[in-house]
Design a protein. Structure first.
Length: 273
């Protein structure tokens, strides 16, 4: 089962690379942008006209996007669920970091020199160099802010990826060749261990989201976190009172598949944050 996560910069032909790989391997290609929860999911009409033009027609967008993406905006839990199903290329800045720790997931960044990107946007939009540069700068800044907000990291750092493809001297077809060879390598083969680790990440994401919505957001003095290893959850951090501690345990107990829980939460009465 192949799982590729890909980040691309505007004007690099990354969309074409993803499509060509998907066509050759017969895998789903899912486009997404990451959101914290379903409550803040943005409708598709929030996307800029430039973005729509670069991605294709509305009909093409709807056909290309998997129905599960709900307009292209996914929560961490939804990204992990799609990854667990496998045989997919998830294209968007969030999945590359969410799935980075899973050994069989191939994380890829598609990039190109600024001159290449500006020329691509100029040709596609029929605009001048200044306008093309402005659109690229806006796109890069938005991705950078979002990645830092979620992960406190730089999305351009090559250490966040297994592979960086520079499109300056390669066609989308050549890049698809490279990706096909990479996923065929035993290093990216699915195993029982990789599926367990992905399932742990999914369970951890579900619990963390519930902790945030039911505890943290209601009282910022609570700083409760969770890690999951082989189906066993560990709660840790600080709780403002015993009620928050009990609620955290209830949240874990409500998750199907949890094999055990270790509660290392410290209750700090009068904790002011």
């Amino acid at each position: 089962m192949s799982i590729i996560v890909m980040t691309r910069e505007m004007g690099t032909l990354g969309k074409e690379v993803a499509r060509e790989f998907g066509r050759r391997k017969g895998v789903s290609v899912v486009h997404h942008e990451l959101v914290e929860s379903t409550d803040v999911r943005r409708p598709g009409d929030d996307e800029s006209e430039v973005y729509r033009y670069l991605e294709g027609s509305e009909q093409e967008l709807n056909k290309w996007r998997n129905n599960r993406t709900r307009g292209g905006y996914l929560t961490p839990e939804e990204v992990l669920k799609i990854g667990l199903e496998g045989d997919v290329l998830i294209r968007g800045w969030g999945a590359t970091k969410l799935l980075k720790s899973i050994p069989n997931v191939l994380s890829v960044r598609v990039c190109a020199p600024m001159e290449f990107r500006v020329r691509t946007i100029m040709e596609r939009l029929g605009v001048g160099q200044q306008e093309a540069s402005r659109e690229i700068a806006k796109s890069d800044a938005a991705h950078g802010r979002a990645f830092f907000r979620f992960f406190d990291d730089d999305w351009r750092d090559p250490l966040n990826y297994d592979m960086v493809l520079n499109m300056a001297h390669m066609s989308p077809e050549t890049c698809a060749d490279i990706l096909c060879d990479a996923v065929a390598n035993p290093a990216f083969a699915e195993t029982d261990d990789t599926r367990k680790r992905l399932a742990d990440e999914l369970m951890q994401s579900r619990i963390a989201m519930a902790l945030n919505s039911q505890i943290q957001s209601k009282d910022r003095r609570n700083r409760i976190y969770v890690s999951v290893n082989d189906g066993r959850a560990r709660l840790y951090g600080l709780a403002a009172d015993k009620r928050a501690l009990s609620l955290a345990e209830e949240i874990v107990a409500a998750q199907s598949g949890v094999l055990g829980v270790q509660n290392d939460i410290a209750v700090v009465n009068g904790f002011s944050g």
